[in-house]
Design a protein around this ligand. Structure first.
Ligand SMILES: NC(=O)c1ccc[n+]([C@@H]2O[C@H](COP(=O)([O-])OP(=O)(O)OC[C@H]3O[C@@H](n4cnc5c(N)ncnc54)[C@H](O)[C@@H]3O)[C@@H](O)[C@H]2O)c1
Ligand SMILES: O=C(O)C(=O)C[C@@H](O)[C@H](O)[C@H](O)COP(=O)(O)O
Ligand SMILES: [Zn+2]
Length: 361
């Protein structure tokens, strides 16, 4: 089974191909879409390239895309301006020009960084995403948010820059650590929570098959998430308003990543905790009923995702980090609070003391 989805953004529209075992088609798909491309450069990391680099490089060579490659070290701390600067040197060395293509092969860290490099090198050259973690396949490779981190906050330096093509091969998930697969589930559960109760039900019913990597269920799942995220991005590409709902769980989640220096929690794990805290805040404010809160916590529990802040994390440190958030405006931070499964409300009317109490419960 193979599925195709298009993200409609006028001249920035692009296809997403979702299938099983078709990485070797990458070169052909790029050549069809960008016929004038003559050179390419694969950005990957030291874990993913040894697994999938050969097949990707061969498929690019087969269509005369003259591929080069540059590997970054594995870890969120390498999503930085220093790493980007090192990759620019390699692009120049490989004589990449405006008709060349940058290809990201890896998880969200590689994708965000490679997208940032593609967006800024020569003021922007074509970019292709080949996401290899579940999180990247359902969320980070779609929608064009590209960025590097700054010591003061996550993704503080970045751009909106859409890929020209996304190739999602579920076979790559076979080599992914189980903890990483689980972390990806957090963004998927987020998609159900923010916009689609039927999708949330479907995840509840199919969780075992998903975690057992049933390929056709995975393709359905990834298609479902890409459709929800795509819908939001099509309506509000630059996050003027609606797109902020994709940040459900991220206000506390990003702050938690910052205060733990990106070392203790995977992004998805931090988002899982953030979703529970935002939902409990909504419950405290009388916006959502207890049954819905329980359903979210139960699904996260069944997925083995964390649902609580550990006691050694200072809630005031989290609050301080929240104030650095990009959603902060004139001292107020926008929160995404659920009102039911499949429905959220964007508001800056929430009380710091309530949040502190919920974090300390
Ligand atoms: N741009 C967006 O819209 C967006 C959305 C969500 C998350 N993000 C960002 O994405 C990042 C998190 O991404 P992630 O969860 O993919 O983490 P990651 O990129 O760090 O990948 C997780 C781990 O899996 C390894 N890996 C990747 N693919 C593999 C494979 N097929 N087999 C074996 N190992 C593999 C990686 O080397 C890494 O060790 C964060 O920086 C987050 O801020 C961005
Ligand atoms: O695509 C979006 O919009 C998102 O918010 C998706 C999030 O899952 C993702 O983590 C994103 O990078 C967060 O965006 P940021 O603008 O808060 O950095
Ligand atoms: Zn996220």
């Amino acid at each position: 089974m193979q599925k195709k989805l298009t993200i409609y953004l006028k001249e920035r529209s692009y296809p997403i191909f979702i299938g099983d075992n078709f990485l070797h088609k990458l070169g052909e798909l790029i050549k069809n879409l960008i016929p004038k491309a003559r050179r390419s450069f694969v950005i990957s990391n030291t874990t993913v390239f040894p697994l999938y680099g050969e097949i990707v490089m061969k498929s690019l060579e087969d269509v005369d895309l003259n591929p080069g490659s540059g590997l970054i070290s594995d870890g969120e701390e390498y999503k930085s301006l220093d790493t980007a600067s090192n990759i620019y040197d390699q692009l120049i060395e490989h004589q990449m020009d405006r008709s060349s293509v940058v290809i990201s092969l890896g998880g969200g860290v590689v994708g965000d960084l490679a997208g940032f490099v593609a967006a800024t090198y020569m003021r922007g050259i074509p970019f292709v995403q080949v996401p290899t973690t579940l999180l990247a396949q359902v969320d980070s490779s779609i929608g064009g948010k590209v960025a590097v981190n700054h010591p003061a906050g996550k993704n503080l330096i970045g751009a909106f820059y859409q890929p020209r093509l996304v190739l999602i091969d579920v076979a790559t998930l076979k080599t992914l650590a189980r903890e990483e697969l689980i972390a990806g589930m957090a963004e998927i559960i987020k998609h159900g929570m923010i916009l689609d109760a039927d999708y949330f039900n479907w995840i509840e019913e199919n969780l075992d098959k998903i975690l057992n990597l049933d390929p056709s269920v995975l393709i359905q799942l990834i298609y479902g998430s890409c459709r929800i995220k795509g819908q939001v991005v099509e309506a509000d590409e630059k996050e003027e308003n609606l797109r902020a709902i994709l940040n459900f769980g991220h206000t506390v989640g990003h702050a938690l990543e910052v205060v733990t220096h990106y070392k203790r929690y995977r992004h998805g794990e931090a988002v899982a905790i953030g979703m529970v805290i935002a939902t409990r805040l909504a419950e405290y404010m009388g916006m959502i009923n207890e049954d819905n809160v329980k359903r979210l916590v139960q699904l996260l529990d069944r997925t083995s995702l964390p649902t609580q802040l550990p006691p050694d994390i200072s809630s005031t440190a989290i609050l301080e980090a929240i104030k650095q958030d990009k959603k902060s405006f004139q001292g107020k931070v926008r929160m995404i609070l659920p009102t039911a499964i499949g429905q959220v409300h964007i508001t800056d009317k929430w009380c710091e003391q309530d949040l502190i109490e919920i974090m300390e419960k």
